[in-house]
Design a protein around this ligand. Structure first.
Ligand code: SAH
Length: 229
């Protein structure tokens, strides 16, 4: 009898915790995304589904649905939900798209993309982050996400071209290999700027082999780092 009660209490506590995160996630979508003008249905659906808290260190999971970037270790951050949504929406994704992400970090953005497109290839330069993200993505059964540890400066030539490329660390100039690996009709979103305080999200489109650049909004991002060539 006693064991039964303990078990029931445990199930109750677990489902209460689950319910708590579900509620917070719904509120995040309503107040941080919809109210600020995110309208793309696939983006809203994906962000309403992906358990963002599971991509964060256990000690700070309660902050997962707050309106900001959060630390994930190794001096890196998981981006603010609104920025994840904004970048995802800007890519105008289609179901059969193949997407490249540079900067796996926690793996959260990759999971959001994986809910929308056919396949996601993601590269992380900091090994422990890449390993943790791959594990979380695997535990959540994201079998359309392919992870790699290394310097994303060179892209993923064996899998190119990509319909969309998303870079989640700030560059001073756009790596030329990434532009090369963008498919005809492809879109790239990337934070570009010379200093931490002057960075803009840029949208690059490739049409008839020509590149078109558009400055979107000012942003704060961790810097893009380089490995040994
Ligand atoms: N998309 C992530 C956000 C990560 S922050 C998420 O959803 O959590 C940016 C990440 O880019 C960091 O983890 C950083 O280590 C990584 N990064 C920086 N320079 C890189 C490079 N040259 N190649 C691959 N990853 C890089």
């Amino acid at each position: 009898m006693k064991t039964m009660t303990v078990l029931l209490c445990l199930i109750c506590t677990l489902s209460f915790a689950q319910d708590k995160f579900d509620k917070k996630r719904k509120r995040m979508v309503d107040t941080q995304l919809k109210l600020r003008g995110i309208t793309d249905r696939a983006t809203l659906k994906a962000m309403g589904k992906v358990p963002r808290h599971l991509f964060m260190p256990e000690a700070i999971r309660n902050w997962a649905y707050m309106d900001g970037a959060q630390p994930i270790g190794e001096g890196q951050t998981i981006s603010q939900p609104y920025i994840v949504a904004y970048m995802t929406e800007a890519l105008r994704l289609r179901k059969d798209d193949k997407v490249l992400e540079i900067g796996t970090g926690s793996g959260y953005q990759a999971a959001v993309l994986a809910e929308i497109v056919d396949s996601v290839y993601t590269i992380e330069i900091v090994e422990p982050l890449g390993i943790t993200a791959a594990k979380v993505l695997n535990d959540l059964n994201y079998d359309n996400v392919y992870t790699r540890i290394g310097d994303g400066y060179h892209g993923w030539p064996e899998q190119a071209p990509f319909d969309a490329i998303i870079v989640t660390a700030a560059v001073q100039t756009i790596p030329p290999k990434l532009l090369e690996q963008l498919a005809e009709g492809g879109r790239m979103i990337i934070p570009v700027g010379q200093t931490a305080l002057h960075r803009d999200l840029m949208l690059v489109k490739k049409k008839n082999g020509k590149l078109n650049y558009k400055k979107l909004i000012p942003v704060l991002f961790v810097p893009f780092t380089r490995g040994k060539d």
